[in-house]
Design a protein around this ligand. Structure first.
Ligand code: SAH
Length: 387
């Protein structure tokens, strides 16, 4: 809860929560509401007199990589030095948040952007194929720090003169496991979707998870609330069987694929208006054989088609982007095509995720600070409740 001594920032709060926090400090409600809207609409810091500017972490690094649709931009925000200091003795020189702006061309040919945000610095999940996992978890981000990434991305796009190139999608597919930080992630989403604030439609926000079943059960409740029904949910399934999944995703030993499918089916029942997304990182020699495709098709069967709604699940095949010191190469074009055809042959609605940003270590699963790799970190915490 916010008390009178806490500095108030509209970042990470809804308009009403912000106004309530203001009221505790003697700011009349209508005044605070107006200030909130002006802050977001006009990017007007003066609208909120006592807001410290440092709430938005400065961008310390930025990498651009051209692609067919435009330029993929990875940017790094560094959190305040006092905060970083606390982690210095743990072998973490800086607390850096990485985010990626990915250009998209819509069905109508209109240009837009997907913003990929981080929910944590590092990650505790330990997936063998992911760069971020090599860092371990440094710390979870606050709602303000999550929304701060959206703010920084918008500043980058506006500076580029792109008033007409907004951020039209936000995906929690950067560093970290969102369901390991669910309270702050939900607060951030409430803020991002606030009509007086960033005003992102709920349907253009997607949370991607390694498959923390406790967190997914909470999402079953969340998506039944007014305003949350169209929140996007993506599951990184990444394997066709427990045998393979246990190998590459340690969390699977806690919650296996059967339990995972059950909770996904519960989600499907309460939010059938929107497709569930299943992500599958295709790794040569690990999960890319014809037999794997067959097993995956069996597991996905309940999501393949419904009498009334057509396909309710979309499988997104992501060609593996080698992490640093990767034991596996990227898959060949031929094997990606073959796997995708094997899936569509089984009636699965499947799409390939185009690789963008790979040379800048900005592609899926490549975010992470190399200096922090390999330090001793707290391994996966499977007994903690989500958020
Ligand atoms: N923790 C969340 C979100 C972060 S990763 C999750 O697990 O979903 C976002 C996506 O990138 C996930 O689907 C993940 O499986 C995928 N990914 C991770 N490492 C990858 C790599 N090296 N190459 C391609 N995709 C990768």
């Amino acid at each position: 809860m916010i008390d009178a001594a806490t500095p108030i920032s509209p970042l990470g709060l809804t308009r009403d929560d912000f106004a309530r926090a203001g009221a505790m400090r003697g700011v009349p409600l209508p005044h605070a509401r107006k200030a909130y809207a002006r802050f977001y609409r006009e990017r007007d810091w003066a609208a909120i007199p006592d807001l410290p500017r440092t709430v938005i972490a400065p961008i310390v690094n930025r990498l651009d990589e051209p692609c067919a649709e435009g330029v993929t931009t990875k940017f790094v925000q560094r959190l305040d030095p006092p905060d970083s200091g606390r982690f210095a003795d743990q072998g973490v020189p800086h607390l850096d948040i990485e985010s990626v702006i990915i250009p998209m061309i819509g069905r109508t040919g209109r240009k837009g952007h997907t913003l990929c945000v981080s929910s944590q610095v590092g990650c505790a999940m330990g997936c063998g194929f992911c760069e971020t996992a090599q860092m371990g978890l440094v710390r979870s981000l606050t709602a303000a720090e999550i929304v701060g990434q959206w703010w920084a991305a918008r500043e980058i796009l506006i500076d580029e003169g792109g008033a007409g190139v907004p951020i039209d999608n936000i995906v929690f597919m950067g560093m970290g496991e969102p369901l390991d930080n669910l309270d702050e992630v939900l607060k951030a989403i409430a803020c991002l979707a606030d009509h007086s604030g960033p005003g992102m439609p709920m349907s253009s926000i997607t949370v991607s998870t390694v498959g923390r079943v406790d967190g997914l059960r909470r999402l079953v409740e969340v998506v039944q609330q007014e305003g949350w029904k169209r929140l996007g949910i993506a599951l990184s399934v990444n394997a066709p069987s427990d045998e393979v999944r246990n190998e590459i995703m340690p969390l699977n030993k806690r919650w296996g694929m059967e339990e995972l499918r059950e909770v996904m089916l519960d989600l499907m029942k309460v939010r059938a208006s929107r497709k569930l997304l299943f992500e599958y990182v295709l790794i040569p020699g690990v999960n890319d054989s014809d037999e794997h495709a067959q097993q995956l098709g069996d597991w996905l069967r309940p999501f393949v088609r419904s009498e009334t709604q057509g396909h309710i699940g979309l499988l997104n095949v992501i060609p593996y982007n080698p992490r640093r010191n990767s034991p596996w190469p990227a898959p060949s074009e031929a094997s990606v095509t073959r796997f995708i055809e094997a899936m569509s042959g089984q009636g699965v609605y499947v799409k390939r995720r185009r690789t963008k940003g790979r040379s800048q270590m900005a592609a899926c699963g490549q975010l992470g600070t190399s200096e922090i790799r390999g330090r001793n970190y707290t391994p996966i915490t499977t007994n903690k409740s989500a958020g």
